[in-house]
Design a protein around this ligand. Structure first.
Ligand code: GRF
Length: 217
C-alpha cells in the first residue's frame, strides 16, 4: 500500500465527525492517518476527546490573533510542523481567506449537512424544513474560497419525514454524515477522487443504483 496521507482535522465544537474519521483511520489499510487535530475554540468538546485519545492536538484560539491572516499563519505553521498533506474540516466555524484556501487547493475537504448546492450557510436544516423538500442529506466537497462550495466528492440522502423538525432532521442527517465522511476521505487519500475542472471524478467502483423515493412509492 502507498504511504498513508497525513491528515489534519479542524474542529470548533463537539467533534462527532472528527470521531468518525479517527475511528475509520484506525482500521488497517485505511489510506489516511490522523496526524493532527486543531480546534480554534479552547473549550470545544472534540478537542478534549482528541487529547484523551492521545492524538496530537492543538488549540489555536482565533481570538488571540489580531487578524484572520495572523490566525491562518499560526494554523499553517502547525500544519507544516506536523507535515500535513490533507485537511478535513469537521464543524470548523471560521471562514478562511482565499489565500489560505488556495494553499490547500484540492487538499482540503469539508462536510456540510445539506445536499449542496441547496441550503448553504447556517441554519441548514431550518432552511430544508422551510423549503419543504422531501429528500435531505449531506455533502463532502473540496473547499473553495466561496462558502459551502467546491467540487462534490460524495453525498448521502435521507427522506424528510412528516413532522420532522430541524432537530430531528439534523440527528438523522448526522448519522449518514458519520458514514459518508470517512468514505469520502478514503477516496481522496487513496487518490480515487480527483478534481477535473470543478468536478470530481471517482475512479473506484460504484455499485449503488437504487433510487430513493420520498414519500415511498
Ligand atoms: C455537522 O453537521 C457538519 O456537517 C457541519 O457541522 C456539524 C459539526 O458537527 N459542518 P460535529 O462537530 O462533527 O459533531
Amino acid at each position: 500500500m502507498s504511504k498513508k496521507q497525513r491528515t489534519a482535522i479542524l474542529i470548533s465544537g463537539r467533534g462527532s465527525n472528527m470521531r468518525s474519521l479517527v475511528e475509520a483511520a484506525r482500521v488497517p489499510g485505511y489510506p489516511a492517518e490522523i496526524a493532527l487535530v486543531v480546534s480554534n475554540r479552547p473549550h470545544a468538546a472534540g478537542i478534549a476527546w482528541a487529547v484523551e485519545q492521545g492524538l496530537p492536538a492543538v488549540i489555536i484560539d482565533h481570538k488571540e490573533y489580531a487578524s484572520r491572516a495572523d490566525f491562518e499563519r499560526a494554523l499553517q505553521s502547525a500544519l507544516d510542523s506536523h507535515q500535513i498533506e490533507l485537511v478535513a474540516l469537521a464543524g470548523f466555524m471560521r471562514l478562511m481567506t482565499p489565500e489560505f484556501v488556495g494553499c490547500w487547493h484540492d487538499r482540503m475537504i469539508n462536510i456540510h449537512p445539506s445536499l449542496l448546492p441547496s441550503f448553504k450557510g447556517l441554519h441548514t436544516h431550518e432552511q430544508a424544513i422551510a423549503a419543504g423538500v422531501k429528500i435531505a442529506g449531506c455533502t463532502v466537497h473540496f473547499v473553495r474560497a466561496e462558502m459551502d462550495a467546491g467540487p462534490i466528492i460524495a453525498q448521502a440522502a435521507i427522506p424528510v419525514l412528516e413532522g420532522d423538525t430541524a432537530e430531528t432532521l439534523a440527528a438523522r442527517i448526522l448519522e449518514v454524515e458519520h458514514r459518508v465522511y470517512p468514505a469520502a476521505l478514503r477516496l481522496v487519500a487513496a487518490g480515487q477522487a480527483r478534481c477535473e475542472g470543478e468536478k470530481v471524478v471517482i475512479s473506484s467502483e460504484i455499485n449503488e443504483t437504487n433510487p430513493l423515493y420520498s414519500p415511498a412509492v
